[in-house]
Write a protein that binds this ligand. Sequence first.
Ligand code: IDP
Ligand code: MG
Length: 162
Amino acid sequence: MLQDQQLQAAELERTFIAIKPDGVQRGLIAEIISRFEKKGFKLVAIKIMIPSKDFAQKHYHDLKERPFFNGLCDFLSSGPVVAMVWEGEGVIKYGRKLIGATDPQKSEPGTIRGDLAVGVGRNIIHGSDGSETAKDEIALWFTPRELVSYTSNAEKWIYGIN
Ligand code: IDP
Ligand code: MG
């Protein structure tokens, strides 16, 4: 059972999750949010926006040497994206588990990409891959005032605090 202080520290872990234009156009917003919400993670920021190509290039800057970089950035900026920050114990690593492998052909059934996507270039969702990227991506997509810190009534049932 986590003590109050540990819970506070755990709560501070945040990750950046985005539903890409294909997920939005395919009507999968609620389905994807629901998987994070039902797990017990807490939504602390959300907005819908169409990123510019320049913004997409910033988001994917780590991949700029890859042959698919240009097409990927064109795609991310081709329509509305739902940008979110989710909070919870282990949310960065477990969020990636919920999402599944990059190539939906290799994602396990039960994961978001495994259940809902087929092609690697249209894999519907993005999730930060580590604590540094999470920090950078949250700062790129959101201002500090857009991040809402609050206690959920469900937390004592999720973390076992009485
Ligand atoms: P991730 O989204 O699982 O973290 P990354 O390697 O960071 O995967 O790649 C970012 C995105 O670039 C992927 O989600 C996918 O949409 C796209 N991508 C990755 N590899 C390929 C590829 O081989 N061909 C086309 N698109 C790719
Ligand atoms: Mg990645």
